[in-house]
Design a protein around this ligand. Structure first.
Ligand code: ATP
Ligand code: MG
Ligand code: MG
Length: 365
């Protein structure tokens, strides 16, 4: 048995614990309240309880991991003096800043959008001339679900964009004319074992992931290999231990990297019932020094549908033998991820029929 400490107590921590218990692991969480999704799944060390709760979590833990790329570097560095933290500081440092992330893509010859870091209205105007429009302006840190972004279509919008999300460091990226959005989840353990899940297709609406099709349709062996090659370069360069996710755009010229996450990822949730070993189990295995599990799909095709904002008619899911409900025990709120539904199927036709039955959970796009 290993004791795993998780910085954060949201749904990712919850699903890590659900995957880790059958392997005999124990969990502790560093969170803010007893209402968080992970709160009843392990020891809860609340920030508000006393100033030493983080020390107590570290004392409890054999290994520490985190749920978010926005975890404090200083905190991780401090903890690492006494207890291993996986993924280690370097992965967090690179993945929490879009400029550093793109710098690493460049260094490893992983194609990404042309970009420029800006920190004033003047430098933004110069960058717009350099990169051209359309372009996407993003905060370098802390963005998620499309928050902290502005799509620039015309030069006349520059002032508005700066006043809406500026006043801090930003990155301007050329707009990528993509055919599909894909992602790949990879896992590495400290023995340098690597495993890769198949590329999946992600469909977003208003900046939020709405559903994933896994594996993505019509991916050539070459493209899968290309994606795995990019992942291997990143895993090795970062000396990464745990799950690493890369979001990519599929274009006529091949894959273009968007961003990475040093953690289990929403686009990997399908693996809970869809793959022999889920991304959560493989993360737990990787950070506790166990051999990694098989990433192959159990069925030819799967889908993951996010439950966003309101819980909806979930009873319907329970009547479908090949659909699986995952609720996170969160209060309803617009735009909030409350759970997801996994569907596994023998072929594309039956998958789409099942998705049709679950259309209440999909946005009218
Ligand atoms: P996440 O919730 O995945 O962490 P995020 O807020 O970090 O998202 P991005 O993934 O960078 O943001 O962007 C959100 C979405 O905006 C992308 O999934 C894509 O649909 C679109 N997008 C982002 N950058 C570009 C680009 N350079 N060109 C075209 N579309 C883009
Ligand atoms: Mg992101
Ligand atoms: Mg993204």
């Amino acid at each position: 048995t290993k004791r795993i400490g998780v910085l954060g107590a949201g749904q990712l921590g919850r699903m890590l614990a659900i995957a880790g218990y059958p392997l005999g692991q124990k969990f502790g969480f560093y969170g803010t309240s007893d209402d968080e999704p992970s709160a009843l799944l392990g020891h809860m060390y609340k920030q508000s309880d006393d100033t030493n709760s983080l020390d107590k979590l570290v004392e409890f833990s054999d290994v520490i991991t985190y749920e978010s790329e926005n975890t404090s570097i200083e905190q991780v560095r401090e903890i690492a003096k006494t207890t291993p933290v996986y993924p280690a500081e370097k992965s967090l440092f690179i993945a929490q800043h879009r400029g550093r992330e793109k710098g690493m893509f460049d260094q490893l010859n992983i194609p990404c959008a042309p970009y420029q870091i800006v920190d004033s209205l003047e430098s933004l105007k110069l960058a717009v001339e350099e990169i051209g429009l359309p372009a996407v302006l993003k905060t370098t840190t802390e963005g998620y679900d499309g928050k902290g972004q502005f799509v620039l279509k015309e030069v006349s919008q520059v002032d508005q964009a700066w006043s809406e999300i500026g006043g801090r460091e930003l990155v301007l990226e050329g707009f990528i004319n993509f055919q599909r959005e894909l992602s790949i989840v990879a896992v590495r353990n400290a023995n340098n074992e690597h495993v890769y899940y198949p590329l999946v297709q992600n469909v977003h609406h208003e900046g939020i992931l709405r559903y994933t099709i896994a594996p993505a349709r019509e991916i050539s062996a070459e493209i899968q290999q290309q994606a795995e090659h990019y992942m291997q370069s990143l895993l090795d360069e970062l000396d990464h231990v745990g799950v690493l996710t890369l979001e990519v755009f599929e274009t006529v010229d091949g894959l273009v990297a968007n961003e990475m996450a040093p953690r289990v990822h929403n686009s990997g949730h399908w693996t809970i019932e869809g793959a022999y070993t889920s991304q959560f189990e493989n993360h737990v295995r990787a950070i506790t020094g166990m051999p990694l599990g098989d990433t192959s799909p159990r069925q030819p095709i799967a889908a993951m549908i996010n439950i966003i904002g309101e819980t909806g008619p979930v009873e319907k899911v329970l009547t479908m033998p090949n659909a699986f409900l995952h609720l996170y025990d969160k209060e309803e709120r617009a735009g909030r991820k409350l759970g997801h539904i996994n569907v596994i199927a023998v072929d594309e036709d039956s998958l789409y029929k099942d998705i049709q039955r679950l259309s209440d959970f999909l946005p009218k796009m």
